[in-house]
Design a protein around this ligand. Structure first.
Ligand SMILES: [Zn+2]
Ligand SMILES: [Zn+2]
Length: 299
């Protein structure tokens, strides 16, 4: 694979053919139109919130913290289940997702970054990059560690089938309310909140660490995405399964992972070493000030 094709720099195949993405827009229309037509109820709310929480955990705890960053270990069955549930959210295949995300960290906000608001603007980083023809492929060379599992390769190739089949299962369990709130509306909500980490979390928030990219910490996004809003923390130290580095930084995905660790479903859940956590902007400023004052004292 030519690395220039894999980069975020402008390329002829960036031209998005909007009619090729009718299913993407159709899901938006179905979700909102269906939800309005069926109407709000407590059952609808339970389907929407329950489905969103399960899916979002599979995306953040699975696609992101496990498949992209390997911040904890688990067995082959649970790994398969994580990928399967995450794929119900129609964010393409597990290997596709993780391979593109690894590229984002390798070139964060550099021209080669797949979805950088600094390089290509807000809407490109939010969702246009997904619709560009060159980003449809899975970069197996970046995800060899998981591409060796045939069941994951099978899942990755059948992303549309899994999302559609999941919709049928939901419909048979809970009827139209479940289908429109627990499947379609939940997909759209999970789409845009996940996309916000690639767009808003590089634009809106505070920076604790002076990383080379524009990543930000944002409490609103952290609450809504089960902990992914501590994006500056995450860019500072990607090996941690914990993205809220302090007890007050809400990180629901990490709490669930700790529970799963207690149940021995996952293990070796990586935390953040204290010296890494404390190496923040204020500590850096204090060090610079101390060096400057000692130099002036010496003069
Ligand atoms: Zn990441
Ligand atoms: Zn980022």
């Amino acid at each position: 694979m030519d690395s220039s094709i894999a980069s975020g720099a402008r390329h002829p195949t960036d031209q998005v053919i909007w009619r090729d993405h009718l299913p993407f827009w159709a899901v938006h229309v179905l979700a909102v139109g269906g939800a309005i037509y069926i109407g709000w109820s407590w059952t609808a709310a339970a389907w929407l919130i329950g489905s969103y929480l399960v899916r979002m955990f599979a995306i953040t705890g699975g696609y992101h913290r496990y498949f992209s960053h390997r911040t904890y270990k688990t067995g082959r069955v649970f790994q398969f289940l994580l990928a399967l549930v995450a794929m119900s959210s129609a964010q393409q295949g597990v290997l596709w997702w993780a391979s593109h995300h690894r590229n984002h960290h390798k070139y964060s906000d550099e021209p080669e970054d797949t979805h950088s608001p600094r390089q290509r603007g807000f809407w490109w980083s939010h969702m246009t990059w997904i619709l560009a023809p060159r980003n449809r492929i899975t970069h197996y060379d970046r995800i060899k560690d998981f591409a060796k599992f045939p069941e994951l390769r099978w899942l990755d190739r059948h992303d549309l089938f899994i999302a559609v089949a999941w919709g049928f299962v939901i419909y048979f369990i809970g009827g139209s309310t479940a289908l429109f709130y627990g499947h379609f509306l939940s997909i759209v909500l999970a789409w845009h909140l996940t996309f916000c980490i690639n767009s808003l979390a590089h634009v809106w928030g505070r920076r604790r660490y002076e990383t080379s990219d524009d990543s930000k910490n944002n409490v609103v996004l952290a609450v809504l995405t089960l902990g992914e809003g501590w994006h500056n923390n995450h860019h500072h130290y990607q090996r941690s399964a914990r993205q809220g580095f302090y007890w007050w930084e809400i990180d629901v995905t990490f709490y669930v992972l700790k529970l799963l660790e207690k149940l021995r479903i996952v293990w070796d859940v990586e935390g953040v070493p204290r010296h890494v956590r404390d190496n923040d902007v204020s500590a850096e400023r204090a060090r610079v000030l101390a060096t400057t004052s000692s130099q002036s004292a010496a003069v």
